[in-house]
Ligand binder design. Structure first.
Ligand SMILES: [Zn+2]
Length: 462
């Protein structure tokens, strides 16, 4: 009888294509075999997954773990605990730290600071330096295959690419380098004009008017044209309005190399929640109306959106609770991402079964981020040869998310008092348990992934 390091037995193994009852055999941190349930193989460690769904370790392709330089807001030890408690085993961290991740040396220094503190594996999105977009040419594919640019700024995003000629140059550089560009796509000129005309809001309820959808729509239209002209792959982050969703979906369907992300918070809150949540859900881009949220959910069900990110961006509660409009945008969300997404799917499709809904989760939180961002040779699916990153999930459990559950260093959540449907029971990363409900956390030996990936092909849309 064949013996493996670990066998996860009898779970409902889930991927974008569907669900099957299977045993997952693991050796050396890799998936060795996926066998029909009831197999005769044995494992040095055996985990009974009967009654649970087994998902690939989830990938959050949009986090701000605040390392280096902003660790009073969040640090990697806390953030990675939050991640694995929510079933996330791989993160892509954003570059707007202090210093920003503008060069390979910045990325290596960041890795050196993280190493030994992380429960999750990680990659970095390189930062676009508005003063020197050509510095992206110094990154090797192993160091970065993606680069993020901010088209408008805020408290923790001071490096804004405002010059149209530089933006054009960025698309050309990225095309040559085979980099996929990621954007905070709101038009700074639109906001400058509005600030000049209407001034700052006095309450957070007026925040949507202060940073309206017009900023996003203008920026997205410009980016689609640049992607068309240069053939450069562009991924628009945290799409907030139905108009942007319509534009990006149409452009992608027409064969342009554009893809987009929705966030857990835009899927979970609307402007009406501002009355109750105040500055906790002051976000950039702003939380919008019910019709916008409905459009984002349609995109999730129809497969129009490629990735769902948490945009985990914590701030100390004291910083967040200042008078309008000065609270910094952002909230913690990596721990809440999967439960909020699954709870929302259930709410919108109450008659659907977990076997029908969880494949959607594995598409936007595993398969697609792995493929778009260059880690599909190690992550994103339950298949022989890939890293043994597994999430054991109980889709039937209803539980209330309280302050005592929050792992983020800031200690607060915008989801306080939410009833979530579905709970992560156990998270396994490269064959080792890194989180187990009521047992705590594993060893923080997550690593900087250096995959052997090919550059993004031109015209690759989804
Ligand atoms: Zn972000």
């Amino acid at each position: 009888m064949k013996n493996y390091d670990l066998v996860v037995r009898g779970g409902r193994v889930t991927g974008p294509g569907g669900v099957r009852l299977a045993d997952v055999a693991v050796t050396g941190g890799k998936i060795a075999d996926v066998l029909p349930a009831g197999s005769t193989v044995s494992g040095t460690e055996e985990i009974d997954a009967a009654g649970r769904h087994v998902l690939p370790g989830l990938i959050d392709s949009h986090v701000h773990f605040r390392t280096p330089g902003l660790t009073e807001k969040e640090d990697w030890a806390h953030a990675s605990r939050a991640a694995v408690a929510g079933g996330v085993t791989t993160v892509f961290d954003m570059p707007n730290t202090r210093p920003a991740t503008f060069t390979p040396a910045d990325a290596r220094a960041k890795d050196a600071e993280i190493r030994g503190t992380s429960l999750v594996d990680y990659r970095f999105h390189a930062g676009v330096n508005p003063e020197a977009v050509e510095s992206l040419e110094t990154f090797e594919p192993a160091e970065a295959l993606t680069a993020k640019a901010f088209l408008t700024g805020h408290h923790t995003a001071p490096h804004v690419l405002r010059d149209p000629a530089r933006l054009d140059e960025l698309f050309a550089v990225a095309k040559r380098q085979g980099l996929r560009l990621l954007f905070h796509a709101e038009d700074d000129d639109v906001f400058k004009l509005l600030d000049q005309w209407q001034g700052a809001p006095e309450t957070y309820r007026d925040y949507e008017r202060f940073r309206p959808r017009s900023g996003g729509i203008v920026a997205v239209a410009k980016l689609i044209e640049l992607a068309r002209r240069h053939g450069t792959a562009a991924h628009v982050l945290h799409v907030s309005s139905r108009e942007e969703a319509d534009l990006l979906t149409a452009a992608g369907a027409a064969g342009l190399p554009v893809t987009w992300e929705a966030t857990g918070h835009h899927l979970s809150f609307t402007a009406a929640d501002t009355a109750r949540c105040g500055s906790r859900i002051r976000l950039s881009p702003a939380i919008r109306e019910q019709v916008d949220q409905d459009r984002l959910w349609d995109a999730v069900f129809r497969g129009e959106v490629s990735t769902v990110g948490s945009d985990h961006a914590p701030h100390a509660f004291a910083d967040k609770t200042v008078a309008a409009p000065d609270a910094p945008p952002g909230l913690p969300g990596v721990q809440e991402l999967f439960p909020a997404l699954y709870t929302g799917l259930r709410r919108r499709a109450p008659d659907a079964t977990p076997d029908e809904l969880l494949p959607i989760v594995t598409r936007v939180l595993a398969a697609e981020p792995a493929r778009l961002f260059g880690v599909a040779d190690r992550k994103g699916a339950i298949a022989p040869g890939l890293d043994a990153d597994l999430v054991l999930f109980d889709p039937a459990e209803n539980w209330s998310f309280g302050p005592g559950d929050v792992q983020a260093k800031c200690g607060w959540t915008a989801y306080a008092g939410w009833m979530f449907t579905g709970r992560v029971a156990r998270t396994i990363r490269r064959g080792r348990t890194v989180f187990r409900l009521e047992h705590g956390f594993g060893t923080p030996d997550g690593e900087w992934l250096k995959p052997s990936t090919v550059p993004v092909p031109a015209g690759d849309t989804r």
